[in-house]
Design a protein around this ligand. Structure first.
Ligand SMILES: [Mn+2]
Length: 424
């Protein structure tokens, strides 16, 4: 389904007056709104192909209806979202769920939707039909070298697909670990994993990055072989300059101080990218900003402070991606909400008076420091985010327009009710 620019313009006309008055009022409170708007226009978040349908849980899956049935339809869905909010110009693919049959056709389709290919994701957390060796007891850590080789070869194949599509990074998330004490020798598991990662790293083109994603637990419940940021940083440091740590907001033990982790990884030049989502208890994969918006803001505050300190480009020097999986919302509405929440947190963090905050820190003025952060967090920046969207051709109210046009009903008519976007 493709959206015409005229439809978006008509929609924007309906709420232009209200928007302008809100935006003009906000402008009087902000020092450099134009520079913030240009940063917002540049800032883009990649959409994972597996978030376009209902992910389900280990108890089952409720089909959402009209989910994309193939890679082409996934690109069309991300293209539609990008048309609405102009903030998601990339799709992140998962192999083997998204193996292209015709690279040129896929590249052309992505171009038509003004999309590029973000990080490629490998999969050694499940066995595929006809697969020779099983990953039941791990992949890159496995005690059997033949299983490790199969997993290494798979990752190298993922890189090859990515090269054809113009991607520049590989994300490795491993389910490897153990469920019971005594099951694994921790050091051997680490060393096997490191040796395997080294072989994959050797296959990376010179301008590629490798993201090593960590996760505290699940599907293994006693140990995880890339279990936290320290272990990921160890791998990334031993691998070399193209390897980085990837932070998924849901992959920590409860109450972890993620903003502090982000700050130190940035300081070491080893933060590679982000998987945004939100959670109440564990790896809940809920809509970004839906549970802990203040945490999201604090993370962005550290990101901006750390990136500015290293003279990094906010839009391009880290990989920004959503990694969510939802069961009760329309996946496209949910993703539009996630992108909006990320843009809001980014904008609020851009408002922080960093000079005043430094002064307060040097004077140990704790109350003032809190005031500075919360002043920014409590500013309603939505008109600024909407203005950036408007100037880049998007809709003032993306979800409003999505509903007004009955997009989901149209997708169900095209694709049917019983479709699935993932290979789970
Ligand atoms: Mn993730």
């Amino acid at each position: 389904m493709k959206l015409d620019d005229r439809i978006i313009a008509q929609h924007n006309q309906q709420s232009a007056e209200i928007h302008t008055s809100k935006f003009e009022f906000l402008k009087t409170q902000i020092i450099d709104s134009e520079s913030i708007i240009s940063k917002l226009i540049d800032f883009q978040i990649a959409i994972p192909s597996w978030a376009l349908g209902n992910g389900g849980t280990r108890f089952g899956r409720f089909a959402g209806g009209g989910e994309p049935r193939n890679l082409e339809e996934k690109i069309e869905d991300v293209g539609l979202m990008h048309k609405l909010n102009r903030s998601g110009n990339a799709i992140s693919l998962h192999i083997p769920w998204d193996i292209p049959k015709d690279y040129q056709a896929i590249r052309d389709l992505a171009k038509e939707h003004e999309l590029r290919f973000d990080a490629m994701n490998s999969n050694t957390f499940q066995d595929q039909k006809g697969q020779d060796k099983s990953y039941k007891y791990g992949s890159l850590q496995h005690v059997d070298p033949a299983v490790r080789k199969q997993a290494i070869d798979h990752n190298i194949e993922v890189i090859k697909h990515g090269i054809e599509l113009g991607s520049k990074s590989l994300t490795v998330w491993l389910a490897d670990g153990s469920c019971f004490p005594g099951q694994l020798n921790f050091r051997t598991a680490f060393q096997n994993t490191l040796e395997s990662l080294k072989e994959i790293y050797a296959a990376l083109p010179s301008d590629w990055k490798m993201f090593v994603e960590y996760k505290a637990y699940e599907p293994n419940f006693y140990s995880t072989t890339v279990g936290d940021w320290g272990q990921s940083l160890l791998y990334a440091s031993k691998l070399g300059p193209k390897a980085y740590t990837l932070v998924d907001l849901g992959h920590h033990l409860p109450n972890a101080n993620i903003e502090q982790i982000v700050s130190l990884l940035l300081m070491e030049g080893k933060l590679g990218g982000f998987h945004f989502n939100d959670s109440k208890y564990g790896d809940d994969d809920l809509t970004a900003g839906s549970i802990k918006p203040y945490q999201l803001f604090l993370i962005f505050n550290e990101l901006i402070e750390g990136m500015d300190d290293r003279k990094m480009n906010h839009a391009t020097d880290l990989g920004w991606m959503i990694d969510a999986s939802h069961n009760v919302k329309d996946p496209l509405e949910d993703l539009l909400q996630s992108v909006e929440a990320i843009m809001i947190a980014y904008t609020q963090a851009l408002l922080v008076d960093s000079t005043a905050l430094k002064e307060a820190q040097l004077k140990n003025d704790v109350a003032r420091a809190q005031e500075i952060l919360q002043d920014s967090f409590r500013t309603d920046v939505r008109p600024l985010v909407a203005e950036a969207r408007l100037r880049s051709g998007g809709a003032l109210n993306p979800i409003g327009l999505f509903r007004q046009l009955n997009v989901r009903a149209e997708l169900i008519r095209e694709r049917g009710l019983e479709t699935a976007a993932t290979g789970l």
